[in-house]
Design a binder for this molecule. Structure first.
Ligand SMILES: Nc1ncnc2c1ncn2[C@@H]1O[C@H](COP(=O)(O)OP(=O)(O)OP(=O)(O)O)[C@@H](O)[C@H]1O
Length: 319
């Protein structure tokens, strides 16, 4: 294991922020810490980095007890959302900085920096200053700088959080590819479930300072441990006392045993998909159909329909 967190607790004043956290992060993996705002993700990342001390518990990095080590001695690289570049230094010097302070030979530094700038596709920009880069390019520079001293672990706190949606998407694809090339154990914080599902090998869902679930994107999405995880990972609707994903709701005009009768209130066309909103008594329920599926049943507001989970649908008893 690259990182082993055991029984970590941390409070700020009287407020517990991390409660009995134990997680294992495999060497070479790309792991997302996913959860709602205030759930403790950044604090956990900072505890791993050594920027916060836990009140109790331990952190081991590559088999060494790092709990009392300073951040410098943990051999970790970080990138934060608002990355503080050295404004008066070129991109080249920003990336070289960590190697220069370690007094590496000049020629080794040049080789390493150029290699990294190629890796993050900034080799054309070596002589620019940070102010002359776009937000996405600046975050790539930050990654190159964090990777320069060959850290054992790379920790990213919402690295793309401040960028617009399109650039965010490009960068997350790029992060995945970068990781496939360098294989450094990487942990990144995000509150965006799509980002976590898209990029990571493993997801740790954290809310209220508690690990709600750990698993692959597939496991977490298909086998959520509790209603919170299910709702956080994607849309859900209530149906007959259960939570079910709207794309797993079957809709028919014919009554059948176990199906819930509902009256259609709205039919919303969303390009490829169609959202059918309905009321089962007082309860709002909705189904997500493909355009072809919706056309086949051809429902209108005011129609009565019968809803049931698809046979292989994942459902959880509503809390
Ligand atoms: N230095 C601090 N002093 C006091 N309270 C803090 C401190 N740092 C964080 N907190 C509190 O701890 C809780 C968890 O914060 P944390 O930043 O770890 O959550 P998060 O899941 O990363 O959320 P976000 O996505 O909003 O950053 C919050 O309630 C926050 O206000």
């Amino acid at each position: 294991m690259a990182i082993e967190v055991r029984d970590v607790n941390k409070s700020f004043g009287k407020t517990p922020v991390l409660r009995d956290i134990s997680i294992d992060i495999a060497s070479g993996s790309l792991t997302a810490l996913l959860g709602p705002s205030g759930g403790g993700k950044s604090t956990l990342l900072r505890v791993i980095a050594g920027l916060e001390q836990p009140d109790s518990g331990t952190v081991r990095i590559n088999e060494v007890d790092a709990t009392r080590l300073t951040p410098q001695r943990r051999n970790v690289g970080f990138v934060f959302q608002h990355y503080a570049a050295f404004k008066h230094m070129t991109v080249y010097r920003n990336v070289a900085f960590g190697l220069e302070v370690r007094r590496r030979p000049k020629e080794d530094i040049r080789k390493r920096v150029m290699e990294l700038l190629e890796l993050v596709h900034l080799d054309q920009f070596a002589d620019r200053y940070p102010a002359q880069l776009s937000g996405g390019q600046r975050q790539r520079m930050a990654l190159a700088r964090a990777l320069a001293p060959q850290p054992q672990v790379l920790l990213l706190d919402e690295p793309f959080g401040a960028l617009d949606a399109q650039v965010r998407k490009e960068l997350r694809t790029w992060l995945r590819r970068l990781h496939d090339e360098v294989h450094v154990t990487t942990v990144f914080v995000t509150h965006d479930q799509e980002e976590a599902l898209d990029v990571s090998d493993e997801i740790v869902v954290l809310a209220d300072g508690i690990v709600q679930q750990v698993g692959s994107p597939h496991e977490i999405y298909e086998h959520p441990a509790n209603p919170f995880v299910m709702s956080f990972l994607g849309p859900v609707t209530h149906l007959g006392g259960h939570l079910v994903r709207p794309h797993d709701v079957a809709l028919s005009r014919e009554a059948s045993p176990g199906a819930t009768a509902a009256v259609v209130t709205r039919v919303v066309s969303l390009g490829f998909e169609v959202r059918i909103e309905a009321k089962a008594g007082d309860v709002d329920v909705w189904a997500q159909l493909t355009r072809a599926g919706a056309k086949a049943v051809g429902v209108q507001p005011g129609d009565t329909v019968y809803l049931s989970p698809e046979t292989d649908a994942r459902t959880l008893a509503a809390a």
